[in-house]
Design a protein around this ligand. Structure first.
Ligand SMILES: Nc1ncnc2c1ncn2[C@@H]1O[C@H](COP(=O)(O)OP(=O)(O)OP(=O)(O)O)[C@@H](O)[C@H]1O
Ligand SMILES: Cc1cn([C@H]2C[C@H](O)[C@@H](COP(=O)(O)O)O2)c(=O)[nH]c1=O
Length: 210
């Protein structure tokens, strides 16, 4: 079947910092583009000029937990309005490095934001809209921290968090995946990059191009 007849899809990549999702996104996008689909690769927080300005604040400025959650959703609203919705309306697929599952994992799980407030923001900002497929890179935080340290880059405000924070974030991600098993593909991110890439392409092929 021609991939151009497949409706536009929204695919997200999630996981704790250092789990390896960014390394896999380019390869997944290249694989999808070889199926002759129009595609946009983007990220959160970010993806628009305003969203990138909010990202700089979020990653580097200390702030109240609820301010942090509200700014994540403000950036997301802009991302949806300016980028995701127009692309999908034009038939283009969108692949995003993170979306609202990250707010559930980091702000609710990691920071202790009230889950009811998260649900209200999610229902306000994207009512009835969720990714078609989410790859969750699941990894022991100790291994992820070693990977982040190995990059040699200066850690941002989230990457400087301790292991117990990332244990809570990981648990929240797994809880969300268990609640929506049809949407999530949980990946054992301790495997080799080649093995992970093979799982991703097999999942994309089975889900959208069978
Ligand atoms: N499967 C893997 N095995 C070993 N090392 C890996 C693997 N995947 C990625 N790495 C390495 O781990 C580091 C972090 O990878 P990457 O930037 O892809 O993670 P990330 O999940 O996108 O993190 P962040 O959310 O902080 O950007 C990089 O140095 C990368 O080369
Ligand atoms: C969307 C979103 C992101 N975060 C955190 C998670 C990461 O630590 C950074 C983004 O950095 P990345 O290297 O590009 O993954 O932001 C968050 O806490 N809540 C969110 O909703």
């Amino acid at each position: 079947m021609s991939a151009t007849r497949t409706p536009a899809r929204f695919i997200t990549f999630e996981g704790i910092d250092g789990a390896g999702k960014s390394s896999q996104i380019a390869a997944a996008c290249a694989w999808l583009q070889a199926r002759d689909i129009g595609l946009e690769q983007t990220r959160e927080p970010g993806g628009t000029p305003l969203g990138e300005q909010l990202r700089a604040l979020l990653l580097h400025e200390a702030m109240d937990i609820e301010t942090e959650a509200l700014l994540m959703f403000a950036a997301r609203r802009e991302h949806l309005a300016q980028r995701i919705a127009p692309a999908m309306a034009a038939g283009r697929w969108v692949v995003s490095d993170r979306f609202s599952d990250a707010t559930y994992a980091y702000q609710v799980g990691g920071r202790g934001l009230d889950a009811v407030k998260f649900a209200a923001l999610e229902a306000w900002v994207h009512p009835g809209f969720q990714p078609d497929l989410t790859f969750l890179f699941d990894l022991d935080p100790a291994i992820a921290a070693a990977r982040v340290a190995g990059t040699g880059a200066a850690p941002d405000r989230f990457e400087r968090e301790q292991q117990d924070f990332f244990l809570r974030v990981r648990d929240a991600y797994l809880e969300r995946a268990a609640a929506m098993p049809g949407r999530f593909c949980v990946i054992d991110a301790s495997r080799t990059p080649a093995d992970i890439a093979a799982t991703i392409t097999a999942t994309l092929a089975g889900r959208f191009f069978a």
